[in-house]
Design a binder for this molecule. Structure first.
Ligand SMILES: O=C(O)CC[C@@H](O)C(=O)O
Ligand SMILES: [Zn+2]
Length: 486
């Protein structure tokens, strides 16, 4: 069979001729100031550093300016100016991304949506609410809770991450096993395209089979198709009290047995795992205790709705069964909300705890049943190639998504470290490819993983993605260089 080779499209050729982007000059600056107000066009070094980066620390931010629009119309006016002058735009939310999807390293204009943070139009019948892109995840969770409802997408950065960014990265988090990803909670969204036009996609409808669902193309597009300027978010019934169990597990196969046993009898709202080294780091650097004295290779964290006594009894019986089978060596269950929160912190605080080591992150997945073999192969490669590096494993094992973090040794420079990790990534991604997995399960591709996209996506898929981008953004001004180069 002849491998697919993308044809050179006229639109892509035109885009290439126009690049690189035009210079940001005083005339453009004045026009932008007229749109958002003088004080909302930021060009000082501190703000450029702040708005030009996310939580990754591998790139030096260097945007031309950061703009703080306050309305959909202002975003549209900014995009029209950018389109006229072929200026690249980088949409920016809570800047908690882990793939450099919202970093600006090429003199781009950052469009920071922090000011568009209103929650409006709560509809108790549809259980929907309209959010500006700058609404912080926790703000939406609290809004729902105040009305006896629930916004279930949750992760450690929910105190800073914003709905627009969550949509653009299709953020997942710790409850995906029960509640799905952000995609499952977006009932509608408004998007400003690369020509400054406004699309109103799906309008809150539950049933809408009138053609392609463009909303779902925008979700997870990392700002490459346009800027999300409003979203209608679905809310859910509030769960009852939640209990958290942490179990000490000898190996990955046993983790799978535990998952199967519990899922066979109970509805879990989370099933996470972390390694002994991850636990040791968290306990050493946070104000937390080990869950129990027994040391095991891995720990599984389960969450379930307590409902009545029976759920807890069932969970305890399953725990006993897992002990008898040798799948579990020790365990504990929360007796109060405070205890549940502390057990959660053992898992949720890992990412923040290891940040000072400038970790090289791999966010990979396969189908759940193949996780033990997948993980064993990845682990063998990583251990043989990085015998001196500290490796931290944790993640959403119930979704088949593991986070592999490699910690930078203090003596090694960031660039050398990144280079060395990049080399080994190829070996890891070859395994991912053989397993039909993903090189980015939940963090997105951004700048960090774009060289590896072909391990998860075929040339034809990538070519179709590029054509879709150009349909939304004919000049390629929307977050250029993220996910792929045109
Ligand atoms: O830091 C990481 O690698 C993962 C961050 C986040 O996705 C988590 O699951 O805690
Ligand atoms: Zn995660």
């Amino acid at each position: 069979m002849v491998p697919y080779a993308p044809p050179e499209s006229a639109a892509r050729e035109k885009y290439r001729r126009k690049h690189p982007v035009a210079q940001f000059d005083i005339e453009i600056l004045t026009a932008l100031q007229a749109i958002v107000g003088e004080s909302r066009v930021l060009t000082d070094a501190e703000n450029l550093q702040h708005y030009g980066q996310d939580w990754t620390r591998f790139h030096q931010p260097s945007p031309a300016a950061a703009l703080l629009p306050g309305s959909i119309e202002e975003v549209q006016a900014i995009v029209r100016i950018a389109a006229e002058h072929q200026l690249a735009l980088v949409p920016s939310g809570g800047r908690t991304g882990l793939s450099a999807g919202s970093v600006a390293i090429n003199g781009e204009l950052v469009v920071a949506l922090d000011r568009m943070n209103r929650i409006e139009g709560f509809n108790p019948i549809d259980r929907t609410v309209r959010c500006g892109p700058g609404v912080v995840t926790e703000q939406l969770q609290q809004f729902a809770e105040d009305r006896g409802l629930y916004y279930p997408v949750d992760f450690a950065s929910s105190g800073s991450s914003q709905i627009g960014g969550n949509i653009s990265t299709n953020a997942g988090g710790i409850k995906v096993i029960r509640h799905g990803m952000t995609r499952d909670w977006v009932a509608g969204l408004k998007l400003v395209t690369g020509t400054g036009e406004l699309l109103d996609l799906n309008r809150g409808l539950i049933k809408n089979n009138a053609g392609y669902d463009l909303r779902h193309l925008v979700i997870g597009a990392e700002g490459t198709l346009g800027i999300v300027v409003e979203a209608t978010m679905q809310l859910d019934r509030a769960p009852g009290d939640l209990a958290v169990m942490v179990l000490g597990v000898p190996d990955m196969r046993a983790v799978m047995h535990v998952l199967t046993a519990f899922q066979g009898e109970m509805q879990l709202s989370a099933f996470e795992f972390f390694s002994e080294l991850a636990l040791r780091k968290v306990v050493a650097h946070q104000d937390l205790q080990r869950p129990f004295a027994t040391v095991t290779e891995y720990y599984a964290l389960l969450e379930f709705e307590q409902g009545d006594e029976r759920a807890l009894e069932k969970a305890m019986a399953l725990f006993e069964h897992c002990l008898e089978q040798g799948w579990v060596e020790d365990g504990t269950v929360s007796q109060s909300v405070a205890q549940a929160e502390n057990l959660w912190r053992l898992r949720e605080d890992i990412s923040e705890t290891i940040t000072p080591w400038t970790p090289y992150k791999n966010d990979i997945s396969t189908i759940i049943s193949r996780v033990p073999d997948f993980l064993a192969e990845v682990e063998a490669v990583v251990n043989s190639k990085y015998p001196d590096f500290e490796i931290i494993w944790f993640g959403h094992i119930g979704d088949g998504n593991v986070h592999l973090n490699i910690l930078k040794p203090e003596a090694l420079g960031v660039d050398t470290f990144r280079e060395q990790c990049g080399e080994v990534s190829k070996w890891v991604f070859e395994i991912v490819q053989r397993y039909g997995g993903s090189v980015s399960a939940e963090h997105g591709v951004g700048l960090l993983k774009k060289d590896y996209l072909q391990y998860s996506r075929s040339p034809l898929e990538i070519d179709i993605m590029k054509q879709i981008k150009l349909a939304f953004d004919p000049q390629g001004i929307m977050n250029p260089g993220k996910i792929f180069d045109l």
